[in-house]
Design a binder for this molecule. Structure first.
Ligand SMILES: Nc1ncnc2c1ncn2[C@@H]1O[C@H](COP(=O)(O)OP(=O)(O)OP(=O)(O)O)[C@@H](O)[C@H]1O
Ligand SMILES: [Mg+2]
Length: 304
């Protein structure tokens, strides 16, 4: 499918979330957080492939890398360009495979440099990524969150009405133990759980034998705890890692393959769940908390 075809717009968009008067992205119908309490379980892989699958399904989609300290989007989507500002106020997102993209990685001089910021600056940057990026009208904005139950999800929940979170886990208890905490946090801050993605569910060897390397049942256990559906089980497949490293996510590189199809199905499930939640009136506009530090006054470097 060509880029032009992938960006072909859907004639009917899913019903919008509730957009409050201070919402930083009023043109965005749905904001989907991809998160987990645990590191390295495949959040960025899920976020990039989900976003691409949504774009390939005809939805206008953006992908925001909310992992300021460890951005993965530039590598996973093979983008090294620099965003520019045409009006000196808003930053134009970069585009790839029909997706609008923003990552701190696009703004760093040296990709190997560490971002050494304290919390307020991090929140200021995230706020700018929402408010000062020209996202325009989108059906979906997918956010790739950093690991942990930390600050970022909390801060986002206070600043915009998120449609909900897709929680990523791997099957084993050492992962699910942390993911339960993330689910509990979402409950506390009123972020609906859209569903669970169990990643690295099994591995099929060259003889076709299935091995459950990380055990079994973790995704379903988190789904039960969350009272949300298990949306997808994604096997371990070398191609997922290879395509991610090459900058062409598996959904783009091999959309008809088993993993490509699994992510396309995930996108369909996510559309179904957000639509159902919006119909129930589940996307609540947030109460804006203006108590957090002075980070919002700081500016990110913008190349004109
Ligand atoms: N199903 C899979 N099969 C094979 N490799 C995978 C799979 N899912 C993820 N990977 C690989 O595992 C590594 C970690 O994945 P990823 O970066 O998506 O995790 P993450 O949860 O975003 O990590 P972090 O917590 O550091 O942000 C990457 O190299 C990715 O390509
Ligand atoms: Mg990541």
């Amino acid at each position: 499918m060509s880029d032009a075809e992938t960006s072909a717009q859907k004639s009917t968009s899913p019903k919008s979330r509730t957009v409050g008067p201070d919402d930083p992205v009023p043109g965005v119908a749905h904001v989907v957080l991809v998160m987990s309490g645990k590191g390295g379980v495949g959040k960025s892989t899920t976020a990039t492939n989900l976003a691409l699958a949504l774009a390939r399904s005809g939805y206008r989609t953006g992908l925001l890398d909310a992992d300021i300290y460890g951005p993965s989007i530039p590598t996973m989507l093979g983008v090294t360009g620099r965003p520019v500002s045409t009006d000196g106020k808003t930053i134009e997102p970069l585009e790839r495979f029909g997706l609008k993209l923003m990552s701190i990685g696009f703004l760093l001089e040296d990709p190997k440099a560490a971002v050494i910021w304290r919390g307020p600056m991090l929140h200021g940057a995230l706020q700018q990524f929402l408010k000062d990026v020209a996202w325009g009208d989108l059906d979906f904005l997918v956010l790739d969150l950093p690991p942990g139950t930390g600050d970022v999800a909390l801060s986002l929940s206070q600043r915009l009405g998120v449609s909900g979170a897709v929680m990523v886990t791997t099957p084993q208890p050492v992962a699910t133990d942390d993911v339960y905490k993330a689910v509990s946090m979402c409950r506390k801050v009123n972020i609906p759980i859209l569903g669970i993605v169990e990643n690295m569910s099994w591995f099929v060897d060259t003889a076709g034998v299935k091995h459950e390397l990380f055990g079994k049942g973790g995704g379903q256990a988190v789904a039960d705890f969350s009272e949300a559906p298990l949306l997808a089980q994604i096997p371990i497949d070398q191609s997922v890692r290879e395509w991610g490293d090459k900058g062409t996510p598996v959904v783009q590189a091999a959309p008809e393959g088993a993993i490509g199809q699994a992510f396309m199905k995930l996108a369909e499930e996510v559309v179904g769940v957000v639509t159902a939640k919006a119909d129930e009136g589940g996307d609540q506009a947030p109460v804006i908390d203006r108590s957090g530090g002075g980070g919002g006054r700081r500016r990110l470097p913008v190349t004109k």
